[in-house]
Design a protein around this ligand. Structure first.
Ligand code: HSE
Length: 309
């Protein structure tokens, strides 16, 4: 096998109650990545289409994660990478994670899979580090493992997949304004009052319990963020209004997707997610900011192979 084409999906990190530790993988939105073996050693990024991004392997997250993999792996060939970005950087739906996880997934396949998808997280996280200045694994874990994922310890890579209640569906509204993860992280406070810590951990525990008992109402009640959302939501035009519309029209929960500016509503059933999407669209049309709306059920598989050559 000399060439592989993969689809590396978007993801939602945090899910309100799990800052830096919860993630979920989405369908349909994502990057398409082609990786070819070359006789010349090393990594090359031949081209990036869809978005203007650096092809320097030390500056592009896909190059950085690929280099991290090659540093630990004995190979007598090199790899060239082509990236078609389907996710805009700075969107809050895991653009850097899709590229950094996608390149290492593809190289691992071409090498005959020396690493498990879980083991690939430690290489993919290197890309996240240069994109946001922080080694959070919430998006890359969701992309590489699929479904809902939990990061107990990102330094020890104690990361695992959670249960998915089948009817959960997301509506994602992406305002076309860029919010860099590094900037969105800079406005967060380092100290958390005990009272808020109690509320947040209670919601996180209940959310995970809800995933396993498939208790949709409990999941909805637990999608709350008393720590980060009040600080970050000011960066998102009409955040409070979008939340009110979603929750008063049957959404189970609503929050910021990753570090924003995308927001998500969680519903029971794709039809309800589409209905919420239409209502959010009507509201955002009045604003004069361009935006995209996506609906997605949970992608249980994560990265998908499109073709081998
Ligand atoms: N957990 C990270 C954050 C996700 O919220 O900053 C960024 O993609």
């Amino acid at each position: 096998m000399k060439e592989i084409k993969i689809f590396s999906p978007a993801s939602i990190a945090n899910l309100s109650c799990g800052f830096d530790i919860l993630g979920v993988c989405l369908n349909d939105i994502g990057d398409t990545i082609v990786v070819r073996k070359t006789s010349e050693k090393g990594i090359k990024i031949l081209k990036v289409t869809g978005q203007k991004l650096n092809t320097d392997i030390y500056k592009n997250v896909a190059g950085v994660s690929a280099l991290a993999l090659l540093k630990e792996t004995k190979v007598n060939c090199g790899f060239e990478i082509e990236i078609h970005k389907g996710i805009k950087p700075g969107s809050g739906i895991g653009s850097s994670a899709a590229s950094s996880a996608g390149s290492v997934y593809a190289i691992n396949e071409l090498l005959g899979r020396p690493y498990s998808n879980k083991e690939l997280i430690k290489f993919a996280i290197e890309g996240e580090k240069i994109a946001s200045g922080s080694a959070h694994a919430d998006n890359v874990a969701a992309v590489l493992l699929g479904g809902f994922t939990f990061v107990r310890d990102s330094l020890e890579f104690d990361i695992f997949k959670l249960n998915t209640p089948i009817e959960l569906a997301f509506t994602i509204l992406h305002p076309q304004i860029e919010v860099k993860t590094s900037e969105s992280r800079a406005i967060i406070k380092n100290q958390v009052p005990l009272r808020k810590m109690i509320v947040q951990t209670a919601n996180l525990g209940a959310f995970i319990s809800g995933l396993y008992t498939e208790d949709y109402n409990l999941i909805g009640r637990s999608i709350k963020d008393v720590i980060i959302e009040p600080l970050r939501s000011i960066l998102i035009p009409k955040f409070d209004k979008l939340k009110e519309i979603s929750l008063s029209n049957g959404a189970l929960g609503f929050g910021i997707s990753g570090s924003g500016p995308s927001v998500f509503a969680l519903s029971k059933g794709l039809l309800n997610a589409k209905k919420i999407g239409n209502l959010l669209k009507i509201e955002y049309n009045q604003l004069g900011i361009e935006f995209d709306i996506h609906t997605s059920s949970v992608n249980e598989k994560g990265i998908k192979i499109i073709e081998y050559k």
